[in-house]
Design a protein around this ligand. Structure first.
Ligand SMILES: [Fe+2]
Ligand SMILES: [Fe+2]
Length: 171
């Protein structure tokens, strides 16, 4: 009687996968910068808004800042575990044009739309990492799936806010 056992795949630390490991580190660095920029944008947009109606949005952004900073730290730690180096600030380049302060600080809809765009971009990039990690690095994949779920929750919440504003004819 023969017992068939599946041999394990080599994994991300195998010498033959060093090129893929480098590629994965670059994907993780991009995720790291996306989180850092989101922390900057959400900080500004949690302070700038004026008006009673903005308070709910401000409170949720304040909560999300903590989540996004935690995500940046997770990406950074995983970069190190993969023998990469977490980049310094001079390597940063900003991309979130849609999360710049609005003309009027009572324009909460602008902020809501910006948050939805940032979260959608993160979800898309993290899906790329999840797919890349298939059969290669399930530890990174598991981490990024958890992070992606947070972003889906953030996006869903702000979609709800937008729906409310649309229903009232304010968006
Ligand atoms: Fe995040
Ligand atoms: Fe998020």
């Amino acid at each position: 009687m023969t017992v068939e056992t599946k041999s394990p795949s080599a994994g991300i630390f195998a010498p033959e996968n060093s090129e893929q490991r480098e590629e994965l580190i670059e994907l993780l660095k991009k995720g790291y910068w996306m989180e850092i920029e989101t922390v900057m944008s959400y900080t500004a947009n949690s302070i700038n808004p004026d008006g009673v109606r903005a308070q709910e949005i401000v409170e949720h952004l304040e909560e999300d800042i903590r989540d996004e900073l935690g995500h940046a730290q997770q990406f950074g730690r995983r970069i190190k575990e993969l023998y990469g180096v977490v980049p310094g600030s001079l390597e940063f380049s900003a991309e979130q044009s849609y999360l710049q302060p609005p003309e009027q600080q009572t324009d909460v809809v602008h902020v809501i739309r910006g948050v939805i765009e940032a979260e959608s971009g993160a979800i898309e990039h993290y899906q790329r990492i999840i797919d890349f990690c298939d059969d290669l690095d399930l530890v990174t994949q598991d981490m990024v799936i958890d992070i992606q779920r947070d972003e889906q929750r953030h996006k869903r919440l702000f979609e709800g806010f937008l729906r409310e504003y649309e229903a009232e004819g304010r968006a």
